[in-house]
Design a protein around this ligand. Structure first.
Ligand code: SIN
Length: 168
């Protein structure tokens, strides 16, 4: 079983995996449009985390789950991603060819959905948000760093990271 991660799963995969490689999912783009009441914010002051919205393409990481721990990992991920995310199956493109993977997507009809805002407003929102998993700023900057290290161009994430870094 494969899992495609495009957010925190890229830099914090807290589960066993047998393989890990970058892959492209066509037809979707990464956006900080999902509210986080449980990880990078609170129910009263949700943080901003990523989801996928229709667009050109998004790069993420495929994790190959070992057969003996796959079910347990999926059950744990269901809990980790419970704040508005749904599990879907998609075909992604890796260097060695197409791969089917499961991924968690939060759609606009979920109760935590925040949607778009200006870069300035989203950066300020992220800079002030904190939750049980830590600072929202850390979530953004670690994701931006992981994408940059992999040579992935993501103007949305990069623009937000630059705006947050400019804040006092
Ligand atoms: C993901 O990483 O693939 C889902 C969103 C997140 O947990 O940040």
């Amino acid at each position: 079983m494969n899992v495609f991660g495009y957010g925190s799963l890229i830099w914090r995969p807290d589960f066993p995996f047998a393989g890990r490689y970058w892959a492209r999912l066509d037809g979707w783009e990464r956006r900080f449009w999902q509210g986080s009441p449980d990880h990078r914010g609170t129910p009263e002051a949700p943080g901003r985390v990523v989801t996928l919205v229709p667009g050109e393409a998004v790069w993420g990481v495929v994790f190959e789950l070992p057969a003996d721990t796959a079910e347990t990992t999926m059950a744990r991920l269901d809990v980790r991603e419970q704040g508005g995310y749904e599990l879907v199956e998609r075909q992604v493109h890796a260097e060695h060819g197409p791969v089917v993977a499961r991924t968690f997507v939060a759609t606009p009809d979920n109760p935590e959905w925040l949607g778009p805002d200006t870069v300035t407003a989203m950066a300020a929102h992220i800079a002030r948000s904190h939750g049980p998993s830590g600072a929202n700023r850390e979530y953004l900057l670690r994701l931006a760093d992981a994408l940059e290290q992999a040579g992935v161009l993501d103007a949305h994430t990069r623009g937000l990271a630059a705006a947050v870094r400019r804040l006092p």
